[in-house]
Design a protein around this ligand. Sequence first.
Ligand code: GLP
Length: 261
Amino acid sequence: MTVSVSIHENYDRLSEQVARIFARHLLNTPDTTFGFATGETPKQFYERLAELYDRGFLDFQQLKAFNLDEFYPVGPDHPKRFKRYMDRHLYDHVNVDPRQVHVPDGTTDQPEKEARAYEEKIRRSGGIDLQLLGIGCNGHIGFNEPGSAWDSETRVVSIASQTREQYSVESEPLPDQAITMGIKTIMHSSRIVLMASGTRKAEIVNRALNGPVTREVPASILQLHPHLQVCLDQQAASRIDESYTNDEDPVERIEQEVAQS
Ligand code: GLP
């Protein structure tokens, strides 16, 4: 295994540990830029961060933050809108400057323009210092589904049917597209924390960390990030098989794939 992996007793401990990583970073660098993710996995992480704020340990005033993705198209009150998720789980509870926290605008009627502007906004702000990632059961990161190009930037994408099933529960129909940071956008972050919990993630976590670097498993590209930290609970780590062979020379193959895409 080439990446740094920490395994925690359960979801609570995992959330605490990831919150500690972000809290420490914010304490040391109050004007930092975070990249945030949504989904079930980081809910308790956000709760812990808000708690640390409540107790007077953290100050979010100078923080800049960019979310990975957003459904498209979504109405302002769509229950699954990631903007709502962020407000509910973090932003409503801490002293962030609303002008400094960003989620792609899924309500726009010019999504391609919004995607390009979002990429540019990240660039202009100096890039992401610390990016939080979850992982989809098919290996997606953000909404970069299997097959995504390694050199992709923020763009409009179709959501894979497997991913849609994961979300489609409520009466509200789920949009079939999203605006997502690209693989290249994510890989340009200075530091990445990948967080996964539960047995349903165990197999894909193993493939992402120990399998070949392949566009079929977008998260496998993270093996090549120089500052990746993987934080798992015991269930998500239960299938890690260190004998699973790594690519002989993933860098060379990726260069070829980029050239071909
Ligand atoms: C979603 C999001 C990802 C998230 C992933 C895992 O589709 N686009 O950013 O990390 O799925 O979600 P969960 O934590 O709910 O398993």
